[in-house]
Structures are given as structure tokens and as C-alpha cells.
Ligand binder design. Structure first.
Ligand SMILES: Cc1ncc(COP(=O)(O)O)c(C=O)c1O
Length: 456
């Protein structure tokens, strides 16, 4: 039935009358007597595209302003240089922006540093360390590119398999291994790793392989400094910690990585072997940036990226990381006190971007989905399940512009939705613990002069 107060001229009225919006007979809402909520602002606590910053939305052009005009190259170079500073890229390295999502950077890295002897070698050229859905996807990418790869897998919730990595590297006396690839933050399981351990292992063994790190859900959420962590290649994306729309896959390189990429491409060319990569060709991109400073193909939204970098700089990257930690502390307090377990098996592995929560024994995919549906449809909170593990549980994330008050609301929504779905949960204890943590972490906000800090 249509409310007569909705103007007959309104497009909304037409949508309602023609049954194009609102509860569908077959949805979860059937029989729940839902109310209209046209003003809802969904609190999105999925990993990404992240619930971004209103400022980024307000100030970014929706389009890169030209890609060949005067001074565009200088603008692109400046934005990438600012990004390089944020991720602590080493002097003499390169920060590259591939148009696409985070995986474009991963694929460009995964196809690089391939020498002619790789195909016939008994020793792998690439090691991938896999601890969840996204690092498994990274391993698939390397394998699908036809690389000679050894894939070192850990149990879900565990750390990287450093010991197995040591075994492979110790046997590699001829230094055939070129890349050691691992995630800094496994978004699937909410596990944060320590790339410094890979760096230390390579240094100890005097092995020249490159440390290649997937920082796609880490950059802009937790410390991800290439120099401090000894990272040679760092992948990122524009739609998580950077808070923009998807469209840019960043790949930043140490000088050593640049050198090795060229050395390998020259060796392939000398041997008359095609690299098998065109769009995501690493040295081709470096050539383009070093010569014209312009993208050969169409660039992603640099203008939006620039605004996002500014907002992170205004907040201060240390405070950004602290805020993500604050939000994650609220989640952890809520779910642990309510009786849940985290997927991350040890405390030091717990991610400050993704809190992955286990569903209790006997409550599988159907209940997990029901909880997500209740959170969304009743509490206006969008959370996520665990990719690749439909019966494992949920993820409450703190990427992008999430602040403790949103984490608080999302925690309450989660606990209440579990209760409504019939999952054993101590809602009162959970809320009490979340509130206590919220009280400890919440801070006064300092508005930007002349700008409505809340984007109203
Ligand atoms: C750790 C990690 N790696 C890779 C990806 C894939 O990135 P994209 O979807 O931007 O290609 C994601 C996406 O969530 C991720 O979290």
C-alpha cells in the first residue's frame, strides 16, 4: 500500500508502486513486518570497499582530471611520491599505480623476476606463504602465471610458516628463489604477520630473494613501513585503508627490486623468451613512469587518492593506526566477553583491521548468514562472513573511516543478532565489555576549520 503523502510525481512512489523496492516475498524479511527506512546510513564493517571518509567523498573529483594535459605528469608523480612517503619506501625505489584493484599489483609482482632457467629448475623461484583465503588467492595467482612456486600453507588462524620457509631457503644454495611472498594482514582470518621475520631470515642466510608483501588490507590501517620492515615489494589498493573507490592497485618497490626486475627481463629477452605479461608488466610501467611520467593506459582516480592521502596526513598515520586498534579493541572486548572465540589463535596475531570471530560448534553457514541478515536489515550494520570457510564465522572490520562509535554500534548489532538467531551468547556481558573499552578509547574530535568534519 502506498502512502498517499508520497508525491504522485515522485520517482520513489513509482518504484514502490511497481514493487521495485522494499521487501520481496522471498527474502529474509518476509513476515517480519519491516518499516520503511529511507534515511538509513548503513555502517559498513566489511573489509572493503571500506566505509570511507566523508571528506574524501566531498573533496574528490569523481574522475581523474585528464591524463595527458600540461602538468598532469607532475601531479601523478607527486601523488605517488606522497604515497611512497606514507609506506616508507626506500630512496631510489618506485611507487607504481596499476589501474585495477589490489590484485593488479599482486599479479605484476608475481610475474616479475622470472629468469630463463626457472622452468627447468628443481628449486622453486617463488615461495608463497598462505594463511587464509586472500594469501591462497595470491598463491593461485603465482601458480596460474606458470611460475615454479612452492606454496607453504598454515592452519587457519595461525602465523606464517617461517620454519618451512627456512627449510626451502636453506636448501636453495644456488639462490634460485627470487620472491618470498606473504600477507601483512590476512583479511580472511584476521591475522597480522611480521614481515621483519622474513627479512631477518633472508639476511641470516645471506639469501638475495625479495620480500614481497601483500599490504592490501594493511596499508592505512596498521604500520606498513617498507624500510622498517625490510620489504622489497608492497602491494596495496585504493579501496580499503585509503578509503577511495576501487581502481588503483599500488605496487611500491625497493631499489633492489627495481634492479632485479630489469635484470630478469633482460635475461628473458636475451634468451628470446616472451614474459607472458602485457598490461601488468612491471618494467614496462617503470619505463613509462621514468620517461613521460604518464600512464600508457588509462590511470585510476589520482585526484581522489590525493585527497585521501591528505586526510590520512591530517589525522596522522600513527593516529590512524591507533584508531583502527581502538575499534578492534572494542570488537574484541565485545565478542570475547560474550563467549566467542577469535579465529586468530594467538594474541599477537590479532589484526587491528579485521576481527574474525568463530561461530560456535553446530552453528554453520545458515546461522552465520542469518546473523548477517539481521545485522543488516534490523541494525543497519553490514558485516561479512569468512571467505572460503562458510561454516567458520564472521568478520567485524575496522578499515577506512571506522571510528570507535561505529565499532560500538556494530558490536551491539552483532551480539543482538546472534541472540535473535538463537546462538548462545551473553549479550549483557558483551555489551558491558564493549562499553568499558569504548569509554577508554573514545576521544574528542577536532573539526577542521571551515569544513564540516562530519560531512553533513
Ligand atoms: C589481503 C588481501 N589481498 C588481496 C585482496 C584482493 O584485493 P582486490 O580485491 O583489491 O583485488 C584482498 C581483498 O580483500 C585482501 O584483503
Amino acid at each position: 500500500m502506498t502512502n498517499e503523502l508520497i508525491s504522485p510525481l515522485s520517482g520513489l512512489r513509482r518504484l514502490i508502486e511497481t514493487d521495485q523496492v522494499g521487501p520481496n516475498e522471498n527474502t529474509f524479511l518476509d513476515g517480519k513486518d519491516p518499516v520503511w527506512s529511507p534515511h538509513n546510513k548503513i555502517i559498513n564493517v566489511t573489509p572493503g570497499p571500506a566505509w570511507g571518509s566523508e571528506l574524501v567523498d566531498q573533496f574528490s573529483s569523481t574522475q581523474t582530471r585528464g591524463m595527458r594535459g600540461p602538468d598532469v605528469a607532475r601531479f601523478f608523480t607527486t601523488v605517488r611520491a606522497e604515497y611512497a612517503k606514507m609506506v616508507g619506501m626506500q630512496e631510489g625505489g618506485r611507487a607504481l599505480f596499476f589501474t585495477g584493484s589490489g590484485t593488479t599489483g599482486t599479479e605484476a609482482a608475481a610475474g616479475s623476476c622470472r629468469f630463463p632457467s626457472e622452468a627447468d629448475s628443481d628449486t622453486p623461484a617463488v615461495i608463497t606463504m598462505e594463511i587464509g583465503a586472500f594469501s591462497t588467492a595470491m598463491g593461485n595467482c603465482v601458480e596460474n602465471l606458470g611460475r615454479n612456486v612452492v606454496r607453504l600453507k598454515s592452519e587457519l588462524g595461525e602465523d606464517l610458516a617461517y620454519d618451512k620457509c627456512r627449510e626451502v631457503l636453506e636448501k636453495d644454495t644456488e639462490h634460485k628463489v627470487q620472491l618470498v611472498m606473504a600477507p601483512l594482514n590476512e583479511t580472511g582470518t584476521g591475522v597480522t604477520t611480521d614481515p621483519k621475520k622474513i627479512r631477518a631470515l633472508l639476511d641470516e642466510l645471506k639469501h638475495p630473494a625479495l620480500v614481497v608483501i601483500d599490504g592490501i588490507s594493511a596499508i592505512g590501517s596498521m604500520p606498513a613501513n617498507m624500510t622498517e620492515m625490510g620489504i622489497d615489494m608492497l602491494m596495496g589498493c585504493s579501496q580499503k585503508g585509503i578509503m577511495g573507490t576501487p581502481g588503483i592497485g599500488m605496487l611500491s618497490l625497493s631499489p633492489k627490486a627495481v634492479e632485479k626486475a630489469y635484470e630478469a627481463d633482460k635475461a628473458l629477452a636475451d634468451a628470446g623468451i616472451k614474459k607472458g605479461q602485457h598490461y601488468l608488466h612491471l618494467t614496462k610501467m617503470i619505463d613509462a613512469m621514468d620517461s613521460m611520467g604518464l600512464h600508457i593506459e588509462t590511470p585510476g582516480n589520482y585526484a581522489q587518492f590525493a585527497v585521501a592521502l591528505d586526510t590520512l596526513a591530517i589525522e596522522g598515520i600513527d593516529r590512524v593506526c591507533e584508531r583502527h586498534k581502538d575499534c578492534s579493541e572494542v570488537y574484541r572486548a565485545a565478542v570475547l566477553a560474550a563467549g566467542f572465540e577469535l579465529v586468530a589463535k594467538e594474541e599477537h596475531l590479532r589484526s587491528n583491521a579485521v576481527t574474525a570471530v568463530k561461530s560456535p560448534e553446530g552453528f554453520g553457514v545458515k546461522k552465520i548468514t542469518e546473523v548477517l541478515n539481521i545485522m543488516f536489515s534490523k541494525h543497519g550494520v553490514e558485516a561479512a562472513a569468512i571467505p572460503g570457510e562458510p561454516n567458520l564465522g564472521w568478520r567485524l572490520c575496522a578499515t577506512g573511516g571506522i571510528q570507535p562509535q561505529h565499532a560500538m554500534a556494530a558490536s551491539i548489532a552483532f551480539l543482538m543478532a546472534c541472540e535473535e538467531a538463537g546462538i548462545p551468547v551473553d549479550v549483557e556481558k558483551g555489551i558491558a565489555a564493549a562499553t568499558k573499552t569504548y569509554r577508554e578509547v573514545v576521544k574528542y574530535h577536532r573539526p577542521l576549520p571551515g569544513v564540516d568534519a562530519y560531512g553533513r
